[in-house]
Design a protein around this ligand. Structure first.
Ligand code: SAH
Length: 372
């Protein structure tokens, strides 16, 4: 999995004390339906969301609680629905990856005609129970299975709602599942919630953690373990960055329109120019995203940026091979290429090129990273 570490700072709430969600090394897409009873690996993507009554219970609980307790995330969805009931009232809604069914419950409570809650993990059974105990069994139908494999009892839906975003926005590649559902079932003129997602880049001073995570390997009790250093650098780190560490401005890399985009649009190259706001040393670039629900009466959205309230997505830190010494006003130019890994589309390959032609530092380099 992409690396995690303790927080750079104490800004986060309890949720940030957790390690990253355990979506480890999924070699293929698997739902519970595919998983043999005696399976021992915790490495399957969908497995990480469920499994009661065995050793994975704690993993399930950690990720479930982490997501639900992420109030920025969950309250944003709730506000979208409750403050904009017109979006779902008397509508047929499809909840893609329903988990506990929380988004379906919001929609049902706001007056949806019917909600189809599709969830491929064992959690679908729990969602059924939750739906029943809250008295919504006649409005919400939980369907257990993969979106790509299930049959919906209706030909079209008016609204698709999903919380599909992964670390670095696209890690885990659940976006494809939402686009699949949109192409197959969304009625002409139907809406997708959320409908916009944007990825941003900035640069930070991070000497302390780079030393701890990367340079550490140069001399381990007198031995050279720098071969591990390479790996430490190529794996982006999911962590909370302190706003004070930010040295440059932030640049938008890409906005995706979930209601229109094609699956291929999630692979892209974006140029960037980051301008230093002070004299400092730069150790890493940091990516984060925001999402918005533009169909609301008054637009609602949230950001996972270092200056916003912490979320379970934290930020994604990409350490640089070099330390860039920048003077205020100098510019780091470059480009970032992002694409799902060809062998395992849930992994993300990142190519980062950057140049600085500054007073104290002249550098031009390309680095490859992999989120897995
Ligand atoms: N909607 C819930 C859960 C979000 S996590 C909430 O907001 O709290 C995403 C969920 O999507 C997980 O439970 C995962 O098992 C499910 N999921 C991922 N890919 C899926 C697919 N292809 N078909 C059905 N469910 C999927």
């Amino acid at each position: 999995m992409a690396g995690t570490k303790n927080n750079h700072n104490e800004q986060g709430s309890d949720q940030n004390q957790n390690t990253k969600l355990p979506f480890e090394d999924a070699d293929e897409t698997m739902c519970d339906a595919d998983v043999a009873d005696d399976i021992t690996s915790a490495d399957y993507y969908f497995d990480s969301y469920s499994h009661f009554g065995n050793k994975k219970t704690f993993i399930f609980e950690a990720s479930l609680i982490e997501m639900l307790k992420d109030v920025v995330r969950t309250k944003s969805y709730r506000d979208v629905i409750y403050k904009n009931k017109f979006l779902v009232k008397d509508k047929i809604v499809l909840d893609v990856g329903a988990g506990t069914g929380i988004l379906s419950l919001f929609c049902a409570k706001a007056g949806a005609a019917h909600v189809y809650a599709v969830e491929c993990s064992q959690m679908a059974d729990t969602a059924k129970e939750i739906v029943k105990s809250n008295g919504f069994s006649d409005v919400i139908t939980v369907l257990k299975g993969k979106i790509e494999e299930i049959e919906l009892p209706v030909p079209k839906v008016d609204v698709i709602i999903s919380e599909w975003m992964g670390y670095f926005l696209v890690y885990e590649n659940m976006l494809d599942t939402v686009l699949y559902a949109r192409n197959k079932w969304l009625v002409d003129g139907g809406i997708v919630l959320p409908d916009k997602a944007s990825l941003y880049l900035t640069a930070i001073e991070d000497a302390h953690y780079k030393e701890d995570k990367v340079e550490f390997w140069n001399d381990v009790y007198g031995f050279d373990m720098s071969c591990i250093k390479r790996r430490a650098i190529t794996e982006p780190l999911v962590d909370t960055v302190d706003g004070n560490q930010i040295v440059t401005d932030s640049k938008l890399l890409k906005t995706m329109d979930i209601s229109k985009m094609a699956s291929e649009d999630a692979s892209f190259t974006s140029p960037f120019k980051l301008v230093a706001k002070r004299n400092d040393h730069i150790h890493a670039l940091v990516a984060y995203f925001d999402v918005s629900f533009t169909m609301c009466h008054k637009m609602i959205g949230f950001s996972t940026g270092p200056k916003s309230r912490a979320t379970h997505w934290k930020q994604t830190v990409l350490y640089l091979d070099d330390v860039l010494t920048v003077c205020e006003g100098e510019m780091i130019t470059g480009s970032m290429t992002i694409a799902p890994n060809k062998k395992n589309p849930r992994d993300v390959d990142i190519k980062l090129s950057y140049s600085l032609n500054g007073q104290h530092c002249k550098i031009s380099r390309t680095q490859l990273y992999k989120m897995r």
